[in-house]
Design a protein around this ligand. Structure first.
Ligand SMILES: NC(=O)c1ccc[n+]([C@@H]2O[C@H](COP(=O)([O-])OP(=O)(O)OC[C@H]3O[C@@H](n4cnc5c(N)ncnc54)[C@H](OP(=O)(O)O)[C@@H]3O)[C@@H](O)[C@H]2O)c1
Length: 231
């Protein structure tokens, strides 16, 4: 039975990902801030604050076949009246990067080398279309920049995987605008369907997913070339 490790499992997309992985036959390990996540089908769970250094003892001895970096924060959400670049506090900029990038990076550093050694594994980072340069609109700088950097992490890891020429894939996934605490109740899309798409993508052959950026099941692509801002 393959083992998947998912971050941010106590609510939102994370819960749905755990349900879909379980239904697909995975052993599911979870981490998050919540002391005791409810209604999540987990085989094991640890409280981990991704703003802090991740212990090298975390799930020691477990062979993680799939890492899903799902946890994220969106602190400079303009819907909360606080999205402007010039109003952004350094503390919120730091926290956004701590969770969205540094947390994911630590887990990649911890779990991708054994995948490389085994010659198999999947690393999926839940990113956002807002992390594409062409989508930058002047608001939500912290969130956008953190997802742009997360995309760079995916591409860096994908290069390592590509060189190994094995069943290894690292890719980014945008769930679309979904109904969660982050997405709000007014979002048009169901997180359950996004989780279904995500788990289907994990089953693609490595050559069809490594180094790519998906929204739903479709390839979104990274960015366009040429001037993005024209006066
Ligand atoms: N919602 C959308 O429309 C949308 C669109 C595009 C991309 N995304 C991305 O999808 C992912 C999931 O978002 P969501 O909508 O499910 O958000 P959410 O409902 O706000 O849930 C966020 C999750 O991240 C975890 N988390 C936050 N800070 C953490 C920390 N310091 N350490 C460990 N875990 C932490 C939370 O854990 P606790 O519950 O334990 O606090 C929670 O499980 C995120 O990466 C987000 O950027 C969402």
């Amino acid at each position: 039975m393959p083992t998947a490790l998912v971050t941010g499992v106590s609510r939102g997309l994370g819960i749905r990902i755990c349900h879909e992985l379980k239904a697909a036959g995975y052993r599911v390990l979870g981490v998050g801030l919540s002391v005791a996540p409810q209604h999540v089908p987990l085989d094991d769970y640890r409280v981990v604050d991704l703003r802090e250094p991740v212990s090298c003892e975390l799930f020691a001895g477990e062979a993680v076949d799939v890492l899903v970096n799902n946890a994220g924060v969106y602190l400079d959400d303009p819907r909360g009246g606080y999205g402007d670049l010039f109003a952004l506090s350094l503390a919120d900029l730091r926290e956004t990067f701590a969770v969205n990038l540094f947390g994911a990076t630590q887990l990649v550093q911890r779990y991708a080398p054994p995948m490389l050694a085994r010659g198999s594994g999947r690393v999926l980072c839940v990113s956002s279309g807002m992390g594409r340069l062409q989508d930058a609109d002047g608001a939500s700088f912290a969130y956008r920049a953190s997802k742009l950097a997360l995309n760079a992490l995916v591409l860096g890891l994908a290069r390592h995987f590509e060189r190994r020429n094995a069943d290894l894939s690292a890719f980014a996934f945008c769930p679309g605008w979904i109904r969660t605490d982050m997405g709000t109740r007014t979002a048009p899309n169901d997180p359950r369907l996004a989780a279904e798409d995500l788990v289907r993508l994990l089953k693609l052959p490595a050559a069809r997913s490594n180094g790519r950026f998906f929204r739903g099941r479709q390839e979104l692509g990274w960015d366009t070339s040429g001037p993005l801002v024209v006066n």
